[in-house]
Write a protein of this length. Structure first.
Ligand code: ZN
Length: 212
């Protein structure tokens, strides 16, 4: 693991490497940004999405919080979303959870005290209660936590589709495609979640004009 001083030294090494390959790298990078992706993920230190996808700076506009939560009254998130959709005109929005998520585990195991983190995770507890039967049918606790991780991503996707920023955009016919991912930290691979478009459209969660 790097220590603090390593960070500064290795930053300089990285700058050198980049300039060796392209002397105008930073000149070009500093001009503007036009990222194709808005990424909404967990704050977990093991989840730098650009590392997992071998992406260069400029690819992802990013919002991260514990257990990738989306709240319609979170100004931080809403400002990020509005800027990404209206100004940057991102082509894709990716909501990503990950297995072995401390937030999901805490929600499952001990989300009972009055700490701020417990309040933050309470909506996940609610998802768990809503899917009690499905989760109970799974053989092990690990499987239940994995499934809760997936259900949490699906729930956050519903929240995205219900926001006026997104609905207004869909009504114009020019809108970002919305995706759900699970980063499987056990093997490094990204798993695409299947979104139940037909069901969600019939329930009005997704506007009927939206094409996946
Ligand atoms: Zn996490």
């Amino acid at each position: 693991m790097q220590n603090y001083n390593d960070l500064l030294r290795e930053n300089l090494e990285w700058v050198e490497k980049k300039l060796d390959l392209d002397k105008d790298y930073f000149k070009n990078l500093s001009k503007s940004q036009k990222p194709p992706f808005l990424y909404i993920g967990c704050s977990d230190s093991r989840m730098p999405i650009d590392t997992f996808t071998q992406s260069e700076p400029g690819s992802f506009f990013i919002h991260r919080n514990i257990a990738n939560q989306i709240f319609s009254n979170d100004m931080n998130f809403l400002a990020t979303l509005e800027y990404a959709v209206e100004q940057l005109e991102v082509e894709h929005i990716i909501v990503s959870g990950h297995y072995e998520c401390g937030g999901i585990k805490t929600a499952h195991e001990k989300c009972t005290n009055s700490s701020i983190i417990s309040s933050w995770l309470m909506p996940i507890k609610k998802i768990e209660v809503e899917h009690k039967e499905e989760l109970k049918a799974l053989a092990t606790k690990d499987e239940r936590i994995d499934r809760l991780t997936e259900l949490n991503v699906l729930e956050q996707l519903k929240h995205i589709f219900e926001l006026s920023i997104i609905r207004n955009r869909i009504a114009t016919g020019k809108y970002p495609k919305i995706h759900g991912w699970i980063l499987d930290i056990r093997n490094g691979k990204i798993k695409e979640m299947e979104i139940p478009f037909k069901d969600w459209k019939s329930k009005g969660i997704i506007p009927k004009e939206y094409e996946a």
